[in-house]
Design a protein around this ligand. Structure first.
Ligand code: MLT
Length: 404
């Protein structure tokens, strides 16, 4: 008789953004006339930049010609893209990362969820609280998190590192030493950043204890302040303790195209075993590579024109962030984030819970955001708005909120 993976039964409710999607669908069914503005899931709204579109067209044409047709992509990604990434994202920032250490995939979400497979199930994980739910949920599925306590909203075997207003939404080094440490900076959901000296402390801590840092840098393109590191490999020793995830979704609007990559340095080891061959083995066995045309599109992001165009999209979203931040502040909300990240983190008014505020905003203003408690217990009484909306709709959304 077939048996299920019972770890799935430990997951409370549905995936956060699926639950939100379902709530919107129900609301829209009951109020077909409602004009809903979605600032919930961090999905981009600007079209793909022209330089990338033109490359996509060319790549599609190549696929229609026997001379230039491409079948299966190389396991770990096309050389042209891996080299562009190594040069532009790393060497130009003085990070010692080679093309060989870059694994191309169809997005950072999958890689963040899959990476835990190469580690034993008895590793203890540490996560920020609030946190992007994929890190915890994927470890629950693997059976690494223990029992869920609905009272505290916590799993017994997870080390939660509260990120609160008091610590500037940046976690303290945990007393109980974790084996795997998930960090995401610029942070989703709070929009907070970690300065280089602080990140260096984490790297030193991980090297000292033999822990591995799983560093999600999906939002690095949104950094506007000079002293904030774009990559963990800007820190000394990070090659010995860190894996980094990057995404083209937020950098270049690829949420619908799907492209990302993971960096696993050759000298990174656990228990004396290199992790690079393990991740390469997993990739080779379970993945057939991101499509050729999408990898060509990714390469175009690094061309001079592509670069200029995607940077102007990032600037557009960051102007939205500024608008949301200042409008909510003027309306009396306590707000943070939005300076080096496309997320604005606000405190719910009048002690409303995060989900109460979600319903209130949807019903009274027709605006959708993301309840902070969906990211973890320390997110309770907070709420996230994304800057990825269209400008006019973003302005309209904050005006509606201001009128409440
Ligand atoms: C978010 O809204 O947190 C992200 O868009 C979700 C994701 O990147 O998977």
């Amino acid at each position: 008789m077939a048996k299920i993976n019972r770890n799935y039964l430990s997951l409370p409710g549905s995936y956060l953004f699926s639950r939100i999607g379902e709530k919107i669908r129900c609301f829209q069914e009951q109020h077909p006339e409602a004009d809903i503005i979605r600032l919930g899931i961090g999905d981009v709204t600007q079209p793909i930049a022209p330089a990338i579109i033109s490359t996509l067209h060319d790549a599609v044409d190549e696929m229609g010609d026997a001379e230039t047709f491409h079948g299966y992509a190389p396991d770990l990604g096309y050389e042209f893209l891996r080299s562009a990434i190594a040069q532009k994202d790393y060497r130009e920032r003085n990070c010692d990362i080679s093309a060989e250490e870059i694994f191309i995939s169809d997005g950072a979400k999958c890689d963040c969820g899959n990476i835990q497979e190469i580690f034993s199930t008895d590793n203890r994980i540490a996560v920020c609280d609030p946190v992007y739910p994929v890190y915890v949920d994927s470890n629950v599925m693997a059976g690494r998190c223990g029992k869920y306590d609905p009272q505290t909203g916590r799993f017994a075997n997870v080390i939660y590192m509260p990120c609160t207003k008091e610590n500037g939404y940046v976690p303290q080094l945990p007393e109980e030493v974790p084996d795997l440490i998930y960090l995401c900076f610029p942070n989703n959901p709070t929009g907070a950043v970690m300065k280089k000296d602080k990140l260096q402390e984490w790297v030193d801590y991980a090297v000292y204890h033999g822990s591995v840092i799983l560093y999600d840098a999906a939002y690095e393109a949104y950094i506007s302040e000079a002293e904030i590191p774009h990559s963990i490999y800007e820190c000394e020793g990070a090659r010995k303790c860190a894996i980094e995830f990057r995404s083209f979704s937020k950098t270049a609007g690829f949420t619908g195209l799907r492209l990302g990559f993971t960096v696993v340095p050759k000298e990174l080891e656990a228990e004396g075993t290199a992790l690079w061959p393990l991740w390469a083995r997993r990739h080779g066995t379970k993945y057939n590579g991101a499509p050729y045309i999408i990898q060509r599109a990714g390469e175009a992001v690094y061309s001079a024109e592509g670069r200029r165009q995607v940077l102007s999209q990032v600037a557009y979203y960051m102007e939205n962030a500024k608008i949301i931040y200042s409008s909510l502040r003027s309306a009396g909300y306590e707000v943070s984030g939005g300076v080096n990240a496309p997320y604005i983190w606000l405190r719910t008014p009048g002690r409303m819970t995060s989900w109460e505020f979600f319903d209130y905003l949807l019903e009274e203003a027709g605006v959708v955001g993301t309840p902070g408690s969906g990211f973890g217990p320390s997110g309770e009484h907070y709420f996230r708005l994304t800057a990825f909306g269209d400008r006019k709709r973003t302005i309209e959304a904050v005006e509606r909120i201001g009128r409440l």
